[in-house]
Design a protein around this ligand. Structure first.
Ligand code: ARG
Length: 269
């Protein structure tokens, strides 16, 4: 009898412990959801404004009059999760960080590489894709690998303020080896290459593939310049929003949505 009572008491205690655990974990989940869906504010109520530079296929580019691509689709999925309408603002690549820090845009998403310098002015989400800086040259170019650039004497085209610009400037221009020409659009740099005005273009691998396919006589060097990670940037002053967006992004990575969007645009080869 007493044994039975002890057992009952023990069982009851166990039940209470589980009930408490369930209850407290339930309530933390509730508050977490509340913080992410209620406390953040956006530039325009009910709208998630994304700053981008739609010159960067397959991440962002125009199809008819609409901006489409990997970033546009991931952003749409994030907006849907947060119950917001996505509005995409197309601007020069080097205006994106300012649009975000001034609060005009809620986030910058533009195949943007996480860099030390950018981290001084903006926060970044978890990385969602990898980029590789590659070199595009004319088929008959004297440049056959990245090391050739360090022989010097070449004119290198880049999209202004991109990491391709930064590396070319630091490694090849500041050292007096080469000259760097900065273009507003990657496509303009490629056009200058096609017409023989410059010797190569340093740009991210996926747009490089698209540009090389669209223009006769261009090849991408097998040796890559450097590898990097793309992430969404935010103002450092709106952490409730950046946390909510990041949480949505992580969920979309975990459930495979991000990968399936990437696979839609990039064939594994
Ligand atoms: N990944 C490079 C960077 O962050 C280039 C990005 C260019 N993106 C664009 N949408 N034009 O600098």
């Amino acid at each position: 009898m007493t044994k039975m009572k002890k057992l009952l008491a023990l069982l009851l205690a166990l039940v209470m412990v589980f009930a408490l655990a369930a209850c407290s974990s339930g309530s933390t989940e509730d508050t977490a959801e509340e913080t992410s869906s209620e406390e953040f504010t956006t530039a325009t109520e009910g709208v998630l404004t994304m700053a981008t530079n739609a010159e960067f296929p397959p991440y962002e580019y125009y199809e008819n009059d609409a901006v489409t691509g990997i970033d546009a689709e991931i952003a749409a999925a994030i907006a849907e999760k947060l119950g917001l309408e996505l509005v995409i603002e197309d601007m020069a690549f080097d205006s994106i960080v300012a649009a975000v820090t001034s609060g005009k845009a809620d986030m910058g998403m533009a195949g943007m590489t996480i860099t030390e310098e950018r981290l001084e002015s903006v926060d970044f989400s978890e990385p969602y894709a990898t980029g590789v800086q590659v070199v595009i040259v004319a088929e008959d170019s004297a440049i056959t690998n990245v090391d050739d650039l360090f022989e010097g004497g070449y004119t290198i085209g880049v999209q202004s303020s991109t990491t391709g610009d930064l590396y070319a400037t630091w490694d090849l221009e500041d050292t007096g080896l080469c000259t760097v020409e900065r273009f507003n659009r990657g496509a303009d740099a490629v056009a200058a290459l096609t017409s023989g005005k410059i010797d190569c273009v340093i740009i991210d691998n996926e747009p490089a593939k698209a540009f090389a396919e669209a223009n006769e006589g261009l090849v991408i060097l097998d040796t890559a310049y450097t590898e990097e990670e793309y992430a969404i940037c935010f103002s450092k002053d709106n952490t409730a929003l950046s946390e909510a967006v990041n949480e949505a992004l992580v969920e979309l990575m975990e459930d495979g949505t991000v990968q399936s969007i990437i696979d839609k645009y990039i064939s594994a080869d």
